[in-house]
Every structure is written in C-alpha cells, then in structure tokens.
Design a protein around this ligand. Structure first.
Ligand SMILES: Cc1ncc(COP(=O)(O)O)c(C=O)c1O
Length: 413
C-alpha cells in the first residue's frame, strides 16, 4: 500500500511527490495540469522501471536463448499478467498488447467486424464515441455497406438505455460503446448494455480508454466480448495499450498484421499462425513500454482505484461549484453517473482563446473537438474547453482554474 493512503487518509501532497513534472513552473507560475483525460503524467515508479528495463533487462523477447532475452521476456509477459489481473480476465492469453486503444479497436474492426459484417448489417455506437471508436466502423460502412446507428444521450448527457435497446435489430452485428465519455464524463451502464445485446447474440466492444482509469473493471462480470484501453492515460508510457478479447473470439479471429512473432510456420506456398495473443502481436512489440505499463498498474493498485475515484470525484464536484459561479460559463454534461471531467465554454469566446489565456496563468486544459465531433454537433457547438482530474490534483488547483477563468471572462466581457 502506498504511504499516502495509509490509515484511510488521502495525502495528495505525498502523491504529488511521486510526479517530478508537477513541481515545474510554466511562465513563472506553478503548473496546474488539468489535461489528464488526454494524457496523464508519470510517477517515478514508472520512470524508474523504464530505466531499469533498458539498463539491466533489455533484449528482444520470445526468440532468444540468452540471459537478457529471457529477462526481457519474463518482464514483458509479467506485464501481460498484470493487465490480466487489472481487468480480471480469465487467462493472460486474452490480453493482446497494442500501440494504444485506437489500434485495439482497429484490430477488432478489421478482423472480427470485417468477418461478420455484410452490406446492410448494423453497428450500434453511442453518440458519445471518440473518433477512435467511430472511424474504424466508418471504414466498414464505406467499404462494406455497413449501417451505423447512434444511441443518444439526453440534454444532461445521460445515456438512454431504453433508446439504445430500441436500436438493436436482427441486423445488428456489433455494439461498440464507451465506458466513460471523454467529453461529458458520462459513465455508461455497460453491464446492462452487454446484457441487452447478448440477449440478441450481439457482441459488445467496450472502449475503456477513460473507464479503465477511473472505474473498476471486471471483464468477467461485465461479460463484454472486447475491452480496450491505453497505457498513457493510466500513468503509463505512450505507445502501449491493450485489447482484452474472450479467448474463443481471439482464437477464431484472423490475424491483423502479418510478420515475425505471429506465425507458427511459413512456407513458400502457405503460412500457419500462432495462438493468441501472439497471433496479434506481429513484429518486435513495445517491450519496455509494456513493462512500464505493468509498473503503472502496480502504482494505481498501490493507491487503490476506489480511493483515487473518491478524491477525483470530490475535486470534480468542487469544480462544478466554482465554475457555476462564473456567469458566462456553460457546463456540458451533468449526468447522474459522471466521472471527473468538466467540459465548458465561456459564452462569446472561442475555447482555443480561453485555453490560451488560462495557459498563461499556468493552467493546462484541453480545448477543441476532443475527437468527439458527432457529440459536439449533438450539443450544437464546434469546440469546448475541458478540465479533467487525476489522482494528484488538488482543491487549490481548482481554485487556480476558477480564478484564471474569471479573468478570461473579464477579457471577453
Ligand atoms: C474515450 C476514448 N477513446 C479512445 C481514445 C483513444 O486513445 P488513444 O489515443 O490512446 O488510442 C481516447 C483518447 O482520448 C478516449 O478518450
């Protein structure tokens, strides 16, 4: 257990000591990093693990017979086991390392989706999806005549389960849906979604890029067919993500990329493939990044997701209160079940301008489309600002955000 959470307390100052970058200044002001939904900062435990892997455990994995090849393979496969436990998957073979969540979704769309979906077949997404969980399905629409249907949200951003159910038809071949919206923060009742889809034999892919960071994930309890997430949002390195797939699916799916590591035998006139997960990990994988990903999971476990969530949720509640005091500010998303993300606009100001102004006060938020253009269109805007909270943020940082926004508001008044 991490010393910051001993005896039931949550010592955020102690947590912050783990993140070297947080003590930096920008434009002479203390950094207030509230762009965590885009990518989170890295604790020393992860940075040290990366260093150690390169300096004393490094070699290529799986194919070597020497000491370093073996230590690297052990550490890489050890990271797979950590991901398995993190998701409570049944077998480590159900975990495929990918570059990120995006690549994991593409893998499923190109293999599983492509094999099942014919002209006129339907794919149900939610209107909240990130472009990563839209564009691969658009490929199937463009190239194979699939039809995309969109599950709606209400004006508060609540996911409408009844409306979702109405979209399921005998032509529905796939449901692909986010666990938690990266713009509204809405948490989708995934277990119910899976239950409704499975009652009609429809497989479900869950985009856990945000959900895996903030919510408890038990893929056996959710019973989803696929769950994807990404290391860099979970305090891990860039360049590494994971796909969970039920073993029967992975075993039946054709390979995605071809090359070394994924084959059993190659002849002049034919080729046979390895078993999952290696069948989907062609070429030299992101060995050290996977090891760092495992260290990030250890770090999160040492604090505990429930404690992280309680801390982040209290910051988000406080941020809502403070931001509502700003007259010209509109918040997007007030769902009953909502994670620690606050999207907003200041009336009459472009979100890029707002973000640029508050950046000068050291406050980092994201502004733009957040890769959710259909969702922005649903709310009648082309961009928003977004503050997103992590385990190391503080109430004082929320105050800095509110103060900087008040100043920005005056600028546009
Ligand atoms: C909900 C959601 N899905 C998918 C992604 C894509 O993640 P990555 O860029 O790591 O593949 C993101 C990243 O912002 C996201 O928020």
């Amino acid at each position: 257990m991490h010393p910051a959470v001993k005896n039931g307390s949550y010592d955020v100052a102690r947590v912050r000591e783990d993140f070297p970058i947080l003590s930096m200044q920008v434009y002479g002001k203390p950094l207030v990093y509230l762009d965590n939904a885009a990518s989170a900062q890295k604790p020393k435990a992860v940075l040290d693990r990366l260093h150690e892997a390169y300096t004393s455990e490094y070699g290529n994995v799986h194919r070597g017979l020497h000491y370093l090849a073996n230590t690297a393979t052990e550490a890489y496969e050890g990271a797979r086991e950590k991901v398995r436990a993190f998701l409570n998957a049944e077998r480590a073979e159900e975990i495929v390392f990918t570059r990120n969540a995006t690549e994991a979704i593409n893998l499923v769309a190109y293999t599983f989706g492509r094999e099942r979906i014919e002209e006129g077949d339907e794919i149900v997404l939610s209107i909240m999806e990130h472009h990563s969980n839209i564009v691969p399905w658009h490929f199937l629409r463009e190239r194979h005549g699939a039809v995309i249907k969109w599950a709606p949200v209400d004006d508060e951003g609540n996911f409408l389960l009844d409306e979702f159910e109405k979209l399921l038809s005998p032509r529905t071949k796939m449901v692909a849906i986010t666990h938690m919206s990266n713009m509204l923060g809405t948490v989708v009742p995934i277990k119910e979604v899976v239950r409704l889809a499975h009652a009609r034999d429809i497989p479900v892919l869950v985009d856990g890029a945000q959900g895996a960071v903030h919510l408890d994930v038990d893929v056996r309890d959710l019973d989803c067919d696929f769950y994807v997430f990404t290391g860099h949002k979970l305090y891990g390195p860039t360049g590494i993500g994971a796909l969970y797939g039920k073993y029967a699916h992975l075993a039946a799916m054709r390979p995605f990329n071809g090359g070394g590591e994924m084959i059993r035998e190659v002849f002049q006139d034919r080729v046979t493939y390895g078993d999952p997960p290696h069948k989907f990990e062609a070429g030299t994988p992101a060995i050290v990044q996977a090891i760092g990903f495992g260290a990030a999971i250890d770090y999160v476990n040492s604090i505990g997701k429930a404690r992280m969530r309680a801390h982040e949720q209290s910051l988000a509640r406080y941020a809502h209160e403070r931001l509502r005091e700003i007259n010209s500010l509109r918040i997007f998303g007030n769902a009953e079940d909502k994670g620690a993300i606050v999207s907003f606009e200041i009336k009459g100001a472009h979100p890029h301008d707002v973000a640029t102004i508050i950046d000068r006060a050291g406050v980092a938020v994201r502004a733009g489309t957040h890769c959710v253009m259909p969702l922005l269109a649903r709310f009648g805007v082309t961009a928003t600002c977004r503050a997103s909270f992590a385990l190391y943020n503080t109430q004082a940082e929320v105050d800095s955000l509110a103060q900087a926004l008040n100043k920005a508001q005056d600028f546009f008044a």
